[in-house]
Write a protein that binds this ligand. Structure first.
Ligand code: FAD
Length: 588
């Protein structure tokens, strides 16, 4: 059942598993464990439900959930030296479904080499591309587009799951940018060659967007996994409640056991306690999972003692290794008003209302789409001078370094939308950052936000690679296919001499934002103690040196995958459920 108040949880019910957080890490694990009728499963989620919320359900309204919303933790990162000292909001879903309830729904499995590197660094072949492949049948449910257009060349349906938990689909309606983007790709070829499906394991090229959308509605971790599981008597979900600390419940084989959780609805509300009989599973995301570990005395002891938190286990890597991908939106002028969907929606209330009514009454039109219809992945050539004295940070030859994303319009939340003019955005994303940041505590108070430092553009490689991406995106804009559509670089981007490194770099530093893909703050590593082999969790995602505690969320990814991470996290969660059910134990 769904509970809104911890005081109403069934008295005396013993939960085998308590899962903290309901994103793509927590929800699949919880729902799969609840498939075993003998197991009692509880999810504790800090946020409310997002059911029937228009901005969450309507795919094209996703940008309206930025930069802050009532379904968000509304975190801010600390000032970033690599971004000219800027600090800006760092969106994280505080809602059932976690960030999948407010993300941009890009469905990207990422590259074969991303998984094979996970297998390599953990010594566990179960994380390889080939081993994960069958899981897509449990995860994906490929839904035809609502406009029934011919999807030949847009997706290879033979490689996708048909009966899994999450609806995925290609676009449901055309965008004005579709034609020039596809023609530019055909004209330029090379890095921009059209590919049928970037989810084949080899994503290089330009392909059509696939989204976690079905029948014109967002499908998130809550609607896909939790809602069906709530039919089960052995499955409970507690919302609006934050886990504030893990509690040591004993010692087993010389290791502290952490099967207890404390939770409360606010700083001044009563605190409740529960113990899981089998495991606590942290799935609170790349910022809050390390926060909970640190609050519980699992982390670097020097940092903990500064805050007066007794160290239970000295874990130097908790909260370290934060990786995220910077994105730079490049504005180009659009010749025709109707080609800039997002400026029109922001400025023209009638157009907005008509689009919404069309979605509500007919489930058609642009509101059934995600925010764009194509994306391209490409590599920096191995011969580029960027790699002199710098090992290639990508996972291997199938993994891109860079992404370009054409958007049909300019977004108000970026703060770059002037009162007049029409735009197309060609965004460039650095997928393989070498900069590493951290998540730390400024206070032992669980209701104080952790200190978030992604450390963007802190290495020579990162700024040079992003420069390569900005130039590639600009080259894309020069295809003849854009003639009559784009009017050239716009706003402050028009003032940059793209041939001058320093000017391009300065533009990147003053305009990059996060693409919201933080990972790696409780990274998995091979068996052995953290001091020997690094990492926070072992290849089974158990916290090293501790019993009864696992992490299943973006924190465990030791490298940010070269794409968009939600599909990868769903796959990790599905495998985690299998590992838990089978009692698998990779390490002693
Ligand atoms: C705006 C935005 C756009 C994005 N776009 C895309 C995209 O298009 N494609 C893609 O692949 N990825 C995208 N992502 C990233 C993707 O959604 C995340 O990587 C993914 O959701 C992370 O999953 P997670 O389970 O680690 O954490 P989350 O999804 O963050 O879930 C963690 C959950 O735990 C809850 N929680 C946290 N602390 C506590 C606590 N103490 N007690 C109880 N509950 C707690 C949170 O409220 C949240 O519900 C986007 C993210 C954002 C924010």
């Amino acid at each position: 059942a769904l509970f809104g108040d911890p005081a109403h949880l069934p008295k005396g019910k013993v939960y085998d598993y308590i899962i903290v957080g309901s994103g793509p890490g927590g929800s699949p694990v919880a729902a799969r464990l609840a498939e075993e009728p003998a197991l009692n499963v509880l999810v504790i989620e800090a946020g409310p439900t997002g059911f029937d919320v228009t901005d969450i359900e309507v795919p094209a309204l996703t940008p309206y959930l930025q930069p802050t919303s009532s379904f968000d933790w509304n975190y801010t990162m600390i000032p970033q030296p690599g971004l000219d000292g800027r600090a800006f909001p760092f969106s994280r879903g505080k809602v059932l479904g976690g960030c999948t309830a407010l993300n941009w729904m890009f469905w990207v499995r990422c590259a074969r080499d991303d998984y094979d590197r996970f297998a390599r660094v953990t010594g566990d072949d179960g994380w390889s591309w080939d081993a994960i492949l069958p899981l897509w049948n449990k995860i994906e449910r490929l839904v035809p587009p609502l406009d029934r257009h011919n999807t030949n060349g847009e997706i290879d349906s033979s490689i996708h799951g048909k009966n899994g938990a999450i609806n995925i689909s290609v676009h449901n309606a055309p965008y004005p940018t579709d034609e020039p983007v596809v023609r530019a790709a055909q004209e330029l070829g090379g890095d921009f060659r059209l590919i049928e499906d970037y989810n084949s394991g080899d994503p290089l090229g330009l392909g059509w967007y696939q989204g976690s959308i079905g029948n014109g509605v967002r499908n998130d971790a809550a609607t896909a996994y939790l809602v069906p599981a709530l039919q089960r008597k052995n499955f409970d979900v507690l919302i609006n409640t934050q886990v504030t600390k893990l509690v040591q419940t004993g010692v087993q084989g010389g290791k502290p056991v952490f099967r207890g959780v404390l939770f409360a609805q606010s700083r001044n509300a009563p605190t409740f306690a529960l113990n899981a009989s089998k495991e606590v599973i942290l799935a609170a995301g790349a910022f809050n999972t390390p926060q909970i570990l640190l609050l519980s005395g699992i982390g670097p002891s020097a940092d903990l003692s500064t805050l007066g938190i007794p160290t239970v286990i000295d874990h130097p890597n908790v909260g370290q290794n934060l990786s995220d991908q910077p994105i730079v939106p490049l504005p180009y002028g659009a010749a025709e008003e109707q080609d800039d969907i997002y400026s029109n929606l922001a400025r023209n209330a009638t157009f907005f209302q008509e689009s919404l009514s069309e979605w509500e009454t007919k489930r058609s039109g642009i509101f059934t789409n995600g925010a764009n219809n194509q994306l391209g992945f490409f590599r920096i050539p191995a011969t580029d001078s960027i790699f002199e004295g710098q090992p290639d940070p990508s996972a291997g030859p199938t993994a891109p370094h860079l992404e370009i994303v054409p958007f049909p319009g300019a977004f108000a939340f970026l703060g770059t939308l002037p009162p007049t003019g029409f735009f197309t955005i060609l965004a460039a994303v650095l997928l393989t950052p070498t900069s590493r940041g951290s998540v730390t505590l400024s206070s032992p108070d669980p209701f104080t936000q952790p200190v978030i430092n992604p450390n963007f553009l802190n290495t020579t490689f990162d700024i040079a690679a992003l420069r390569h991406g900005l130039r590639a995106a600009d080259n894309f804009s020069h295809a003849h296919a854009w003639d009559g559509f784009l009017t050239g670089r716009a706003l402050t981007w028009a003032l940059v001499d793209v041939d001058v490194d320093a000017e391009v770099d300065e533009f990147a530093r003053e305009s990059a934002i996060t693409i919201w893909h933080p990972t790696g703050t409780a990274a998995m590593a091979r068996c052995g103690t953290p001091a020997e082999v690094g990492g926070v969790v072992d290849p089974d995602l158990r916290v090293k040196g501790v019993e009864g505690l696992r992490v299943v969320d973006a924190s465990v990814l030791p490298f940010v995958p070269a794409g968009h991470p939600q599909a990868v996290i769903y796959a990790f969660a599905e495998r985690a459920a299998e590992l838990i059910k089978s009692g698998h134990r990779a390490c002693l």
